[in-house]
Write a protein that binds this ligand. Sequence first.
Ligand code: BG6
Length: 241
Amino acid sequence: MGLPDAIKALLFDLDGVLTGTAELHRQAWKRTFDDFLTHRDGPGFRPFTDRDYLDHVDGRPRADGVRTFLESRGIHLPEGNPDDPPGEGTINGVGNRKNELLLSIIQNEGVRPYPGSRRYLEAARDAGFKIGVVTSSANGAAVLEAADLTQFVEARVDGLTITSQGLRGKPAPDSFLAGAKALGVSPAEAAVFEDALSGVQAGRAGNFGFVVGVDRANQADALREHGADAVVEDLAELLEP
Ligand SMILES: O=P(O)(O)OC[C@H]1O[C@@H](O)[C@H](O)[C@@H](O)[C@@H]1O
C-alpha cells in the first residue's frame, strides 16, 4: 500500500482525494466571492483566483474559508448567525450563498469518485486497514453516498462533527485526531491522505505516522513544504510495486 509498517489505519480527506468534488467547491466559491466583490468594489473588482482557493479556502471548514479569504483582502465581516439568508453581509451569509451554489452545481454535475482512489480503498479494505474519512465539508455524508463510497468508511468526521464538537478546522489537527480516536488508533499508527495545503499541514501538526499529499493542482512542492512525506498524483500509484 506504499506505507510504513506501523500504519494500521487510513484517514482520507474527501473532496479532491476520494471524489472530484474539490473542483465543484472551487466553482461555487468563485461565483460567491466574485459576486460579493463586484457588489462591494464595482466592475474593477479583483477576482477570486485559483491561487486564492488553494491558499485560503481549500480544506478549511466553510466559515473559516470565508473568513480567511476575505481577511487576505483586508475585509472583515461580522460572523452573523448560521441561518442568515444566503448573500447577507456576514461570514455565515456568504457561506450560505456558497452552499446554495454548491448544491445546485452538484445536482447538475454529479459526484464522481476517482477510479484510482476506489481501487486503493478496495485494496486497503482487503488488506485489513481501518478506514476513516475526515472532511471539513458539512456535505460529506451526502457526497460519500452519491459516490457510492459509504460502504468503505468505518468512521466519518465531517463539517457537522467539527461544529457540534467545537473542533478547530484544518490546518489544526483536531479533525484528524478525532478520526484516529474514532478508529481506536494513535496518530503514529494512522496515515493521512490530503490534497489541500491546510490538510497536509494538519497531518503534520498531529504527528501522524505518514502524510500522503495528493497533487490535483500542480503543487507538489507546496504539499511537501506544508508537511507531506510523499506526493502522488493518483492513489493507485501507491499500489504499484
Ligand atoms: O461548504 P462545505 O460543503 O461544508 O465544505 C467546506 C469545505 O470542505 C472542504 O472539503 C473543501 O476542500 C472546501 O473547498 C470546502 O469549502
